[in-house]
Design a protein around this ligand. Structure first.
Ligand code: SF4
Length: 187
C-alpha cells in the first residue's frame, strides 16, 4: 500500500477514533526541504492539508522570506491525526506515528529537514537515532504558533533563526536536487 493510503487508514494509535481525516502533507514531492510541525489542528483535519490555519500563514511568510518556491518544500507533521482539543500528542501517539515520518524522509530524500518546535525536534532526533542511514541536514526553529501565542503578529519574521537557516539553504541550493526519490511509494 502507498504511504498516503497507509496513513489515511492507519489504526496504530488512539487518534484513529477521533480523527476527521489523517493529514499527510502539502507541498512538492521534489522538495529539498521537509518542514515538520507537531500535529494537524482542527482546520487542517477538515482541509486535509497541514499548516492552513494562522500558524500556517506565519510559516508561509517565513518561506517567502527564505525565498523558497512552491517546488522547494514539503510540509507535514510528526503526528498525522488531529488530537482533540489541540492537546499535545502523547508519547505513545508520537512513537506510533514516527514510522510515517521516517518513510516520508526515506522516499522523498530531502537534503534538509526542518522541525518546528520541541515535539517535532524530539521526533526527528529519535528518527536519526533509530535509522542512522538517513542522511539529511537538520535546521531548527520554534513553532510559528509559539510566536502567535506570545502576541506576535502574522507578519513576524524571526530574523536571526531564519538567517541561519537561509545560510544552510543557500550553501547547498545547487546540490539539493535529488534524482533518487521513491515517489511511486509516496502517492
Ligand atoms: S496519529 Fe499516526 S499512528 Fe495515530 S492513527 Fe493517525 S496516522 Fe496512525
Amino acid at each position: 500500500m502507498k504511504l498516503q493510503q497507509q496513513i489515511a487508514t492507519c489504526k496504530e494509535c488512539s487518534l484513529q477514533f477521533s480523527r476527521n481525516r489523517a493529514v499527510t502533507s502539502r507541498g512538492s514531492t521534489t522538495a529539498f526541504i521537509l518542514i515538520l510541525g507537531e500535529a494537524p489542528g482542527k482546520r487542517e483535519a477538515q482541509t486535509g492539508k497541514p499548516f492552513t490555519g494562522p500558524a500556517g500563514k506565519l510559516l508561509d511568510k517565513w518561506l517567502v522570506y527564505l525565498e523558497l518556491g512552491l517546488n522547494d518544500y514539503m510540509i507535514s507533521n510528526i503526528v498525522k491525526c488531529h488530537p482533540p482539543d489541540n492537546a499535545t500528542p502523547t508519547s505513545e501517539q508520537r512513537m506510533a506515528c514516527l514510522i510515517y515520518t521516517y518513510l516520508q524522509i526515506k522516499y522523498l530524500q530531502p537534503p534538509i529537514v526542518w522541525p518546528l518546535g520541541s515535539v517535532a525536534q524530539e521526533g526527528v532526533r529519535i528518527i536519526k537515532r533509530t535509522w542512522p542511514e538517513l542522511t539529511f541536514k537538520l535546521v531548527k526553529s520554534k513553532h510559528p504558533a509559539y510566536y502567535l501565542h506570545k502576541g506576535f503578529g502574522h507578519e513576524y519574521i524571526l530574523e536571526e533563526e531564519l538567517s541561519k537557516i537561509r545560510r544552510i539553504i543557500d550553501g547547498e541550493r545547487n546540490n539539493l536536487r535529488n534524482t533518487n526519490r521513491c515517489l511511486e511509494e509516496y502517492h
